[in-house]
Design a protein around this ligand. Structure first.
Ligand code: ADP
Ligand code: MG
Length: 311
């Protein structure tokens, strides 16, 4: 049986704006196609920090410029928009790359909701900055709307949102059916659209789930063999950027936990990746997590580079 791989794409796979994304997805598709050619069944997911910020700001501007029809677009809807827009670019670029290599495959993007706990303590302490730095007018508007803002290291204010933990992928059955029939699926984009359950109703909430955590849940649910987190560094380091810096090649989940406790990984960037890798690798004996550079996906899965985390 073919091995199943969940690919978690980071910010460098998509760029920061529309023209950048058009170019970035071509390069990203090469890395993904390399894994397909190697014989893996792939499931693709991605972050959305810059995109969800951009969409959110655009909808705010729209709302403010139409005083007779004030529009407030919930963050959950902005995440949904980002999934569709990124999925559209990614599925087309990957389709083209595969056709160029003589491979005929169906690719589909699933608009995916992910349930979070209403009483997740992370709602009380929003930590994820999204979008750009605000001017006076924007800051006033944000405060009027009740948005939380954060002063970001002396550079100005940005909107900050909660990042609760993913608990359940609502569309998981659809995803499994698609995978079992041989489709390439793009899912859980931007960590998934955050929702809470109210009886039969799924209510969107104002948050952005960390894509690395959502990918770990996804990989466990579909019984993947690998979780590959593709980012902007080839390996994970201890003492990153400091004296005694050491790039890690292969570590156990226990060693990774030890390094996490020692504070080697920056919160909001490398820490969620290592945590997500540990969660996945701990969940089964034959489950391997790999963190590496986007362009090195193939070398990484062939054991030539990257940081491997296993139980
Ligand atoms: P992505 O958009 O792929 O999620 P992030 O910027 O959130 O990427 O996280 C990856 C970044 O984490 C790397 O580019 C690197 O600058 C930073 N980083 C922080 N701590 C470490 C570490 N210990 N080892 C390697 N990279 C680290
Ligand atoms: Mg990140």
């Amino acid at each position: 049986m073919k091995k199943r791989v969940v690919i978690a794409l980071g910010g460098n796979a998509l760029g920061n704006n529309l023209p950048e994304q058009m170019i970035a997805v071509k390069n990203t598709s090469k890395a993904i196609a390399d894994l397909i050619v190697e014989g893996y069944d792939v499931v693709i997911s991605h972050g959305n920090g810059p995109q969800v910020g951009m969409i959110n700001e655009a909808m705010d501007v729209y709302g403010r410029s139409n005083p007779l029809h004030p529009t407030f677009t919930p963050l959950s809807v902005c995440v949904a928009m980002s999934q569709a827009y990124i999925g559209y670019d990614l599925q087309n670029a990957l389709k083209e790359e595969l056709l160029d290599r003589g491979i005929e495959k169906s690719i589909t993007t699933v608009i995916t909701q992910v349930r979070v706990d209403e009483d997740d303590p992370k709602f009380l302490n929003p930590t994820k900055p999204i979008g750009h730095f605000m001017n006076e007018e924007e800051l006033k508007f944000a405060k009027e709307k009740g948005f939380q803002v954060i002063e970001d290291s002396g550079r100005g204010y940005r909107r900050v949102v909660a990042s609760p933990l993913p608990k359940e992928i609502i569309e998981i059955k659809t995803i499994k059916n698609l995978l079992n029939s041989g489709e390439i699926v793009i899912t859980c984009g931007g960590g998934g659209i955050p929702v809470i359950r109210q009886g039969h109703h799924l209510k969107g909430v104002s948050a952005v789930i960390d894509k690395d955590f959502a990918c770990s849940v996804l990989a466990q649910e579909i019984d993947a063999d690998y979780l590959i987190i593709l980012t902007a560094v080839e390996k994970v380091a201890i003492n990153f950027g400091k004296p005694g810096e050491k790039w890690l090649e292969s570590i156990t989940t226990d060693e990774a936990k030890e390094y996490m406790n020692q504070g080697h990984f920056a919160p909001g960037s490398m820490l969620p990746k290592v945590q997500a890798a540990v969660d996945f690798a701990s969940s089964g004996d034959n489950r391997t997590a790999l963190i590496t550079l986007l362009e090195k996906a193939k070398d990484g899965i062939n054991g030539k580079t990257g940081t491997v985390i296993k139980k």
